[in-house]
Design a protein around this ligand. Structure first.
Ligand code: AP5
Ligand code: MG
Length: 213
């Protein structure tokens, strides 16, 4: 199975990708996670990505397409994959079509998790992530048992640098301008599936699974 998860920042792409990976035994490819790992390691890629991410802007297409091309050639992608947060521009979508053609693969669906703006800001600003195992929490919607501590591994929880209200507003503006045109792109090729992302995590997951039938 080869699917892509699109949707505005804070819509629940990462949350649902984690579940889909478990359900279908496929690889999880999040360009955001790849960039954050590169920033942490201080690599050349990290240096290129950091300023864009902090400003809530997109990393340039050539850089992003390059890392996805390389990632999709890895062995673990042979069992299928979920692209989480890629493509985000029409240029990226066209590049993905070319890469898939070269690999003789086709997408099953482009799933858009739809959530209204007020809720997105609340979700992103309230998000906390475990430093050790990466589990995601929310101070409003998914509180850890002990404040600031991961339920799974006891690690310390942190807030992403781009999860402030001000940066979230930029990320949302970028989404409307650069990523929303992809809705028409995937409607035109018949792959588009819109999911109501305001429901519970379980209900959204069930809706995505039904859309993939
Ligand atoms: P990325 O890391 O992909 O961020 P994003 O798209 O802004 O999305 P998020 O990760 O913030 O949200 P999500 O949809 O994964 O939500 P989550 O499941 O965590 O990208 C970061 C940056 O990297 C970009 O701004 C850009 O600079 C760069 N970048 C990445 N990809 C790029 C590309 N292709 N091209 C160029 N640049 C790129 O959930 C959010 C919160 O809500 C959590 O607290 C969660 O617990 C909670 N929640 C989730 N679902 C529910 C629910 N159903 N009910 C209640 N709470 C929920
Ligand atoms: Mg995410």
């Amino acid at each position: 199975m080869h699917i892509l998860l699109m949707g505005p920042p804070g819509a629940g792409k990462g949350t649902q990708a984690e579940r889909l990976v478990k359900e279908f035994g496929i690889a999880h490819i999040s360009t955001g996670d790849m960039f954050r790992a590169a920033v942490k390691e201080g690599t050349e890629l990290g240096k290129k990505a950091q300023a864009c991410m902090q400003a809530g802007q997109l990393v340039p297409d050539d850089v992003t397409i390059g890392i996805v091309r390389e990632r999709l050639s890895k062995d673990d992608c042979k069992k299928g994959f979920i692209l989480d947060g890629f493509p985000r521009t029409v240029e990226q979508a066209e590049a993905l079509d070319n890469i898939l053609r070269e690999l003789h693969l086709s997408l099953k669906a482009a799933v858009n998790i739809d959530v209204p703006e007020e809720l997105l800001i609340e979700r992103a600003v309230g998000r906390r992530i475990c430093k050790k195992c990466g589990s995601t929490y929310n101070i409003k919607f998914k509180k850890p048992v002990h404040e600031g501590i991961c339920d799974v591994c006891g690690g310390e929880l942190y807030q992403r640098a781009d999860d402030s209200e001000a940066t979230m507003k930029n990320r949302l503006a970028v989404f409307h301008k650069q990523t929303e045109p992809l809705i028409a792109y995937y409607q035109n090729n018949g792959l588009y599936k819109k999911i109501d992302g305001t429901k519970s995590v379980d209900a959204v997951f069930d809706e995505i699974k039904a859309a993939l039938q």
